[in-house]
Design a protein around this ligand. Structure first.
Ligand code: ADP
Ligand code: MG
Length: 255
């Protein structure tokens, strides 16, 4: 059997995300040194590791916000490193949430949620508003649609950012340290929304320092250091019994 992009995983499913031999350099600095891993549909994969280990770069390569130097990134079987691939079509299946919420400050919450639906999804105004309201309700912010982002707490802004991503009907969500910029008392509400999403079966890749979330919600935990995956496994196993010395050292500092 050939190893074509559409070869199903052993589970019989094409992985949602399949990264093979991924390398990425900035100038002479190689920050991803051959990354192989996959995320199955419906799986929640959490990625941990020290600052500078390449976590954000990896996430950004998955929707080609960064261009890999070598290797393949397949999204639902489609090679996004192939110049022939319609990148916009693939990207429209991937929702992304950043540490800094990246909302449009001069637009109301509702407008933040409808603008891309109108432009990219070509939805009517009525439909875009209906989808936006459903997603605002989902993140517990049904009553804030007329607010401007600056009048919301960081936690509320991040939940708006999640609702905005969901309004595009993504097949999967990428989160890059979604709670790292939040005051500690606001973290829980955002994690609760992410947990609900996971329970609904959303495919998720989450870079996080929230080990409780990783343990309870994650199906797989990946530890990165120095541009390589040092260790991966069931979150409870990796957290309780890290096999690699570098994983042990990192966890001893954060747990
Ligand atoms: P992490 O998210 O794990 O903290 P990053 O992926 O952000 O790590 O960064 C990994 C390395 O790549 C760091 O050394 C960082 O300085 C470097 N890097 C990231 N983005 C760029 C860029 N756009 N230009 C140059 N160097 C970069
Ligand atoms: Mg980062």
């Amino acid at each position: 059997m050939t190893d074509s992009p559409t070869t199903p995983a052993p589970s019989g499913r094409v992985p949602a995300i399949d990264v093979r031999g991924l390398r990425k350099s900035f100038g002479k600095n190689e920050v991803l040194k051959g990354i192989d891993f996959h995320v199955d549909p419906g799986q929640v994969v959490c990625v941990i590791g020290p600052s500078g280990s390449g976590k954000s770069t990896l996430l950004r390569c998955v929707n080609r916000l960064e261009e890999p130097n070598a290797g393949q990134v397949l999204v639902e079987g489609i090679d996004i490193t192939d110049p022939e691939t319609d990148l916009d079509a693939v990207r429209s299946r991937i929702g992304m949430v950043f540490q800094q919420f990246n909302l449009f400050p001069h637009m109301t919450v509702l407008k933040n949620l409808t603008i891309a639906q109108r432009g990219v999804k070509k939805r009517s105004k009525a439909e875009a508003v209906e989808v936006a309201r459903a997603n605002l309700a989902k993140v517990g912010l049904a009553d804030r649609e007329d607010a401007y982002p600056t009048h919301l707490s960081g936690g509320q802004q991040q939940r708006v950012a999640i609702a905005r991503a969901l309004s595009m009907d993504p097949d999967m969500m990428l989160f890059d340290e979604p709670t790292s910029a939040l005051d500690p008392e606001l973290v829980g509400d955002v994690l609760a929304v992410m947990r609900d999403l996971a329970n609904e079966g959303m495919t998720m890749m989450v870079v996080t320092h929230e080990m409780g979330f990783a343990r309870e919600v994650g199906d797989k935990l990946v530890f990165m250091d120095g541009g390589v995956i040092v260790e991966e496994g069931l979150p409870a196993d990796v957290l309780a019994n890290p096999r690699n010395e570098r994983t042990q050292s990192f966890l001893s500092k954060v747990l």
